[in-house]
Structures are given as C-alpha cells and as structure tokens.
Design a protein around this ligand. Structure first.
Ligand SMILES: [Mn+2]
Length: 371
C-alpha cells in the first residue's frame, strides 16, 4: 500500500484585514496557520506517509515573507526522504519572485512550475501528474486533451474548479469536468481551491478537495480536515478525511431588545458560551432609546474574555414612532415630517432615513451622537 497525505489552501501569511482585526490579532491568526502546517508534517511523520501533496494556495504571494519561506523549507525538510509535491495555485503562483522560485528547497521537494500536467514517478506503477499556476488568473482547463502515459495507477495534483459543484461566489480557476479525470486515464485527482472538504461524486469519488486545514474566517464553519489517500496493491484508491483543525470561528446572536442598559448587553456578550476560539457577537433587535450603545466601548469591556471577539451592531433604534408622532411638540412635528417624507420609500433609502430620524431624536434629547 502507498499512503499520501494531502492538504491545500493553507493560506500562510494571510492579511486578515477584516473589521476588529488589530495587528496583534492578525499575527496570532497567522501563527495558527503556521501551527497547522507544522502539525500537518507531524501527522505525515506519525502516519509514515509515503508522500505529501499540497494542492495550491499554500501561502499568499502578495504578503509572503522570506521568514515564511524558511519556515516552509524547515518543515518540508523534516520529512527526510519522503517526497513532498507542491502544485502552486492562484494565491501562490510560480512567479520569478515567488517563494517557490527563491527558496533553496530540500531534495525531497518537487514544485510543479508549469500550467501543464507533468509526471513524477512515486513508485513502480504509481505516477503523479502535477501542474502549477504561473499567474494569479490562470483560466485554462489543465485536463483538456490530457492522456496519461504508461502502465499502473495515475494520480493528478492541481489547483482548479470542478464546474459540476462550484461553491457560491467562488471564482473559477482552471475549470474542469470530473469526467475528464477518468477520460485522461487517471484514477484520482488531489485538488485545491475550494475551501470546504469534498469528495466528488460522493458515491464513487474521482476527486477530493481537502478544504482549508484551519478555517480562515467566520464563513468557514464546520469541521476542518486533511485527506489521506491510500493506494492499494490492486490499484484501487481509498480517500479518507482526517479531522484536523483546532481553530474554530463561531457566531452568536445577542437580542438587545429586552435590555435597558449597556451593562445588560455587555453581560450578555461576556456570558456567551465560548465554543470557538474566535467569536463574533451580532447585536440584533430594536434597542431601547435609553441604552448607550457604543460598539467600541463594548469591545474594550469584553475583549479580555475571549481569545478574539468581533462585535457587529445590527440593532435598530427602538423609538415608538407611533407614540412620538402624536406629541404636540417640535419633536412630534419632526417625526411627522420625516415619516411623511419616507412614505413610499424602500430598501436602503428607508434604512438611511430611519437612521437620520434616530439621530434627530437623540439630538432632541440632547444625547451624544456617534456616527
Ligand atoms: Mn484558496
């Protein structure tokens, strides 16, 4: 039997420039990704894998540091004689100034630098065909016209889009049809690009996306895994996901409508069950006009309870407009005027007008206004 341990989309040196991401927090997230790759090599050694493969987006070229180049070299060198085969993707294309081109890789490392599948013999009767992106926007079908040569089992390794199952909003790079894998004569394709784990087709898979080994943001919930592929002496292949990720992102909704104080909201956030290491609290509902809601202040008060917390304010101002419009005051007149003006408005216009109305009402009450 021959065992391959496969990962992809590690995204080392990712920017993490989202809201609430301070430089320190972003550095901690990047460290988690490095820890993930180190553990991937640990696992390969523990399983005595015969080869290790990476299906692209190992790092992000735009931000990749020489430091990360040395880190990768040191980790891959730990494998000794065990081959490591790397297929650059759209975030880490093989460019003259890429880490792939600049680092002095150990002898066990093979990097596929061309956008055309080339064979590497893993063992007698077992060949792996790999290709690499050489630009961030390679759109060609790498499988077009491919016909593998020679006897034995043939595997493929590249970064590309299975057009039969495209995740929503995912850009298409090197699109292909799963049928083209079998038509080429290959037994199985080890891929990268899609960040969720997938075997396709599910009942008799010919390809695998391992997904990100650690999640990269709040959209990547669920279990994160790496893929083990066993090639049996009879030539059959057995893909198996191995639970892997240690980092988790979790999102919690906090209903602010029953609260009369910012203290109530603070306590609700601090008492969230900390399921993940990285938590997002989404404040919802109409919030009572007396509550002093300031996300920056809340963040400072709650941050120490979490490894990382992001607070998103989706509340609406809880003024009772029906009551206010009946008032025979300037305030009442203001509400009547605003509501008359909003008549027939829709969508974003209404939201902006409601916000303006809330600011106005706070001004009437001589309250602080933060925009
Ligand atoms: Mn990716």
């Amino acid at each position: 039997m021959f065992t391959i341990l496969h990962t992809a989309d590690v995204h080392l040196d990712r920017a993490y420039a989202g809201p609430g991401m301070s430089a320190g927090i972003a550095a901690a997230r990047r460290q988690e990704l490095r820890d993930g790759f180190r553990r991937f090599i640990d696992l390969a050694l523990e399983l005595r894998a015969d080869a290790v493969t990476v299906g692209g987006d190992l790092y992000e070229h735009d931000r990749a540091t020489a430091d990360t180049g040395h880190f990768l070299r040191e980790q891959l060198a730990r494998l000794g004689q065990t081959p490591a085969l790397l297929a650059p993707g759209n975030h880490d294309p093989y460019l003259p100034d890429s880490l792939y081109a600049r680092v002095g890789w150990p002898a066990n490392v093979t990097i596929f630098r061309e956008p055309a599948l080339r064979p590497v013999t893993l063992r007698d009767g077992l060949t792996l065909w790999g290709a690499g992106h050489d630009s961030p926007d390679l759109r060609e079908n790498l499988l077009a016209g491919l016909r593998v040569q020679g006897a034995g089992v043939h595997l493929l390794l590249f970064h590309g889009s299975n057009v039969r199952s495209v995740p929503e909003g995912k850009a298409s790079h090197c699109p292909f049809l799963p049928d083209e894998i079998t038509a080429s004569g290959a037994r199985f394709a080890l891929l990268g690009h899609y960040h969720s784990p997938a075997l396709y087709p599910p009942d008799a898979p010919v390809l695998a996306y391992p997904g990100t080994p650690e999640p990269l943001d709040f959209s990547e919930d669920g279990e994160h895994q790496v893929l083990r592929l066993d090639i049996e002496p009879d030539g059959s292949v057995r893909p198996e996901f191995i639970p892997f990720g240690r980092v988790s992102y979790s999102t919690h909704c906090v209903d602010a409508s029953p609260m009369l104080t910012s203290e109530g909201i603070r306590a609700a956030i601090c008492n969230l069950p900390v399921r993940g290491t990285i938590v997002r609290a989404v404040l919802e509902g109409p919030v009572h006009p007396d509550v002093e809601l300031d996300v920056g202040v809340l963040y400072n008060l709650c941050a120490e309870h979490f490894a990382f917390i992001d607070i998103v304010n989706r509340t609406t101002p809880g003024y009772d407009l029906d009551e206010l419009r009946e008032e025979s005051t300037t305030k009442g007149a203001f509400v009547r005027l605003m509501l008359a003006r909003m008549e027939g408005w829709e969508g974003e216009e209404v939201e902006i007008a409601r916000e303006a109305l809330a600011y106005g009402l706070r001004a009437f009450d001589r309250r602080e206004i933060s925009v």
